[in-house]
Design a protein around this ligand. Structure first.
Ligand code: 1CP
Length: 358
């Protein structure tokens, strides 16, 4: 954006951007588009910066966070930036000893299994994550009219990493705790909801224009179990931000059966993966929420005509929703050709703005 360059933001600014308008179910000049994990390993300029800096350290250096967050905005012309960080950053700030191991993901030194372990998760505030506060403030200036999305992991997804000790396909230990000791489960998720809420408030006070709550692994649960064990805690986070004045996005993977329930947690926008067409998703979520999604990230590895047809299909199905933010159904795969992402942004803008002219 040009607004920040002369130090005189235009009226409107990020709050009037196509992305925020779509989140609020207001018409705009085109369908906005950004990509989950857009700042990741698909970009050579990212790999260069990260070559000598461990993941968690890069999240704690505001100048690196700022540069990495801006890279996909410059390159692709996406309608929103997402803060470069990770869902385990606030948990580490809350006192849990963990690391992000290349090729694996988050690994927790002493997994949480008992009440005394839950006590190890301390409340956090701005002074526990000063690098996030600083990076957001710097980014808001650099980005001008382009909105910055803050984010956090939802209690269930965070709990899974903490209880398993690392990434898990089955979430078996997590479910064993959930079913076997519901009291401890709710104590753990209650504590994580407090940390998450505080972490999102820090980002909002520093100036992010929207927040996304990632419950990436919620799709591992039935609707009944989701409602009993997870929804109250995600609701505490999202509804706890109802006075914050920024749109809230709630996202999970494999959540076809949970879309209605996830929509009840208090978000303005519900993220949808590629398994559920957006018109069907809209029917499940209801008319008072926008949707975000839902190109299969693997489609980006296909020949361009396939990508183009899928983008057009998703834009057409997204018209059933009262607001549509174009995105992938999950994060960018590392082997994705970044030029394809740039072409997708241009195509989404072109197709959706031509439609608006008619
Ligand atoms: O542009 C961006 O979005 C980059 C910022 C970002 C975000 C939003 C990163 C950097 N991580 C996340 C969120 C995140 N982290 C989620 C929610 C989104 C999702 O579902 O993908 C989750 C589940 C994690 C956990 C995580 N961190 C994993 C997944 C492991 C698993 O369980 O399968 C991994 C591999 C990481 C490490 C990580 N986080 C981010 C990056 C660039 C990396 C790779 C770092 C490295 O290996 O050096």
């Amino acid at each position: 954006g040009t607004a920040a360059r002369d130090g005189h933001p235009r009226p409107g600014g990020p709050a009037d951007s196509p992305f925020i308008r779509a989140c609020r179910r207001r018409p705009g000049p085109h369908t906005p588009v950004w990509f989950m994990r857009q700042a990741g390993r698909s970009l050579p300029e990212y790999r260069e910066i990260r070559a000598s800096v461990p993941m968690l350290e890069s999240c704690r250096r505001p100048e690196l966070v700022t540069e990495i967050t801006l890279q996909p905005v410059r390159r692709h012309g996406v309608d929103a930036a997402i803060l470069f960080s990770d869902i385990v950053v606030p948990v580490a700030a809350a006192g849990i000893d963990l690391d992000i191991v290349p090729g694996t993901g988050p690994v927790v030194a002493e997994p949480i299994r008992a009440a005394a372990d839950v006590e190890r998760i301390r409340p956090i505030g701005r002074d526990d994550v000063p690098y996030v506060d600083e990076a957001v403030r710097q980014l808001v200036v650099e980005l001008g009219d382009t909105p910055l999305i803050g984010f956090a992991g939802a209690p269930f997804t965070l709990a899974s990493y903490l209880v398993e000790g690392g990434p898990s396909r089955t979430h078996a230990k997590t479910k064993a705790l959930m079913y076997g000791d519901p009291e401890l489960w709710h104590a753990l998720c209650g504590r994580l909801a407090e940390v998450t809420l505080a972490f999102l408030r820090v980002q909002i006070e520093a100036g992010v224009s929207a927040v996304q709550l990632f419950d990436s692994w919620a799709g591992a649960l039935s609707e009944a179990d989701y409602r009993r064990y997870v929804l109250p805690h995600s609701t505490a986070v999202l509804s706890g931000l109802s006075d914050a004045g920024v749109p809230r996005i709630h996202f999970g993977v494999g959540t076809a059966e949970l879309l209605g329930a996830m929509g009840e947690a208090g978000a303005d926008v519900v993220g949808v993966d590629w398994r559920t067409p957006l018109d069907v998703a809209t029917h499940r979520i209801g008319p008072d929420k926008a949707v975000q999604g839902n190109l299969d990230p693997a489609v980006l590895l296909a020949p361009w005509p396939v990508v183009e047809a899928e983008v057009r299909r998703i834009l057409a199905q997204g018209r059933a929703a009262p607001g549509h933010v174009f995105n992938l159904g999950h994060g960018v795969l590392p082997e994705t050709d970044p030029d394809v992402l740039t072409r997708v942004v241009a195509l989404v803008h072109e197709v959706s703005s031509r439609r608006a002219d008619q």
